[in-house]
Design a protein around this ligand. Structure first.
Ligand code: HEC
Length: 199
């Protein structure tokens, strides 16, 4: 008990962050001091674990609000399901692509779509070709939208998780509150999916 410092792990961060000295403490308080020190060190010992958990639980800045959907890797190489044109005011050209599960489900007419299905819709401003007036070509990219089927995780929204991305970054919460309502009101009978396979 003469040298309380021998109880402190001298080179740990905890010791640095908690440079408590009990050297001058009266002998009768030293026992309580050791307990307090032990408690403090225990707190420091668990603190990094708690911090790590907090970080893991923090929202992924690349993921959509509400659903946590991210842009799938390699989607530009996926197969075409169908193109679409959206009239004013958006005035966009669009294509819907699907991963292997999506294409298989479309080919076989499987409904509802199986878990693991991913649909991606790319959109661009609808621009007149400078070389040939009757032709429309893609202008600036506007949004990339994603629907991911996971019937358990997204049970509350028909089994679909939604993500809208602008310049690769997820759009805000308010935009994500609109997705399911519209898809549900218009295409509930087609597993909440508008796009049919282009013939
Ligand atoms: C007001 C109605 C409406 C809202 C709101 C809406 N969509 Fe859609 N969505 C459509 C229509 C219509 C299509 C069909 C293709 C097209 O016209 O672009 C579509 C198609 C899609 C597709 C391709 C698969 C399919 O169903 O055809 C994805 C992916 C998609 N939307 C994602 C989203 C996301 C993500 C949101 C929310 C951020 C959203 N949508 C909000 C109407 C809507």
């Amino acid at each position: 008990m003469n040298n309380l410092h021998t109880h402190q792990p001298s080179s740990t961060n905890a010791a640095k962050a908690f440079p408590l000295s009990l050297k001058g403490a009266p002998a009768k308080f030293a026992g309580a001091g050791v307990l307090a020190l032990a408690a403090a060190l225990a707190t420091f010992a668990v603190a990094p674990i708690a911090a790590k958990e907090t970080r893991a639980a923090a929202p992924d800045p690349q993921a959509s609000p509400i659903y946590g959907v991210t842009l799938p890797k390699g989607y530009r190489q996926w197969q075409l399901i169908a193109p679409a044109i959206e009239a004013e005011p958006l005035n966009e050209l669009r294509v819907v692509l699907g991963n292997t599960k999506a294409i298989k489900a479309y080919d076989q007419g499987t409904l509802p779509f199986p878990d693991g299905t991913v649909l991606v819709k790319l959109a661009w401003k609808h621009v007149q070709s400078p070389e040939f007036a009757p032709a429309s070509i893609p202008g600036a990219a506007t949004t990339v939208q994603v629907m991911v089927k996971d019937s358990k995780k997204y049970a509350a929204t028909g089994g679909w998780g939604f993500g809208r991305f602008i310049d690769g970054k997820p759009a805000d919460l308010a935009q994500h509150q609109t997705c399911f309502a519209c898809h549900q009101s218009l295409v509930k009978n087609h597993d909440y999916v508008f796009t049919r396979l282009a013939p």
